[in-house]
Design a protein around this ligand. Structure first.
Ligand code: SF4
Ligand code: SF4
Length: 242
C-alpha cells in the first residue's frame, strides 16, 4: 500500500511535539551529580595484600597499561631443618588510565582478588602524566569499592567462608572442652574457703580477753605507782631572780 503523501511529515511533527512537552533529563554536571549504578566501571582499586605479583593482569591487558616491578625475597624455613622459600615482593604497581579502555580483563583474570572496580570517576587531570595512578593511589581507590551483593539464599557457601567457619567452630569446641576439663579441678578449691575464711584475729580474741595473772574476774586495781603523777607546779619566777 502506497504511503499517504505528507504522513511522514505528520509523524515527525508528532514526535517533536511529544518530546517538547517532556521534562528535560539533562543533568547539569558537576552541579548535579549523576546517579550511577553501584557497579559502574569508574576506576580500578588495588588490594595489594592479595597481590602475589603473578603478572597475569599485566600480560592480559590489551592496552599494556599496567606496570609492575618486583623483586624476590628469601623467607627462612618455618621449622628447623626446613627449606628456605622465595617469594615475590611488590615494588611498583601502576595503571595508566590515559590508556586504559575499562575492559575489565585485568580484574577478571586476577586469580587472587587483588583488583576491583570502584564507581569513582572524578579523577580528571590537566597533566596526562597524572593519570598514571601508582600503588598508593590505587590502594586509596579500594576504600571506595562497594561491598559485594548478598549471596542468593540458595547459593553454595563460598569455600573461603566455609573454611573460616569450620576453623571458628573448631576453636570454639576446643575452648569449651578445655573449660569443661578445668572445672573439676576448681571445685575442691571452692570447698576450702570456709576454713580459709576464718580470720586468725578472731581465733585469738578469747586469749586476748583473758585477764592477766590474778585469776579473778575483777579487773586489777591500778597500783599506787601506776597512778599518774601530778603535774609539776611551775616554779616561782621570783625564785630564779633571787
Ligand atoms: S581495564 Fe582493560 S585496559 Fe584497563 S588496565 Fe585493565 S585490562 Fe588494561
Ligand atoms: S593478576 Fe592479581 S595477583 Fe597477579 S599481579 Fe595482577 S593484581 Fe597481582
Amino acid at each position: 500500500m502506497a504511503p499517504i503523501p505528507g504522513s511522514g511529515l505528520a509523524k515527525g511533527l508528532a514526535v517533536t511535539l511529544r518530546t517538547m512537552t517532556k521534562k528535560t533529563v539533562t543533568a547539569q554536571y558537576p552541579d548535579a551529580q549523576p546517579e550511577l549504578p553501584p557497579r559502574t566501571r569508574g576506576v580500578i582499586g588495588l588490594f595489594e595484600e592479595n597481590c602475589t605479583v603473578c603478572m597475569l593482569c599485566a600480560r592480559e591487558c590489551p592496552d599494556w597499561c599496567i606496570y609492575i616491578d618486583s623483586h624476590k625475597e628469601t623467607v627462612p624455613p618455618a621449622a628447623p631443618g626446613g627449606r628456605e622459600r622465595s617469594r615475590n615482593v611488590l615494588d611498583r604497581f601502576a595503571i595508566d588510565f590515559s590508556l586504559c579502555m575499562y575492559c575489565g580483563i585485568c580484574i577478571e583474570v586476577c586469580p587472587f582478588d587483588a583488583l576491583f572496580w570502584s564507581p569513582e570517576f572524578e579523577y580528571a587531570e590537566t597533566d596526562i602524566h597524572e593519570l598514571t595512578h601508582e600503588r598508593d593511589k590505587l590502594r586509596e581507590w579500594m576504600w571506595t569499592v562497594p561491598a559485594p551483593p548478598a549471596l542468593d539464599p540458595a547459593a553454595e557457601e563460598p569455600k573461603e567462608l566455609a573454611a573460616a567457619r569450620k576453623t571458628a567452630e573448631k576453636l570454639a569446641a576446643e575452648a569449651t572442652a578445655s573449660a569443661e576439663a578445668s572445672e573439676p579441678a576448681e571445685q575442691p578449691a571452692q570447698a576450702q574457703p570456709p576454713a580459709q575464711a576464718q580470720p586468725p584475729a578472731q581465733a585469738q580474741a578469747p586469749a586476748q580477753a583473758e585477764p592477766p595473772a590474778t585469776g579473778t574476774s575483777e579487773p586489777a586495781k591500778p597500783s599506787e605507782s601506776a597512778k599518774p603523777s601530778e603535774p609539776a607546779k611551775p616554779s616561782d619566777p621570783q625564785d630564779g631572780e633571787s
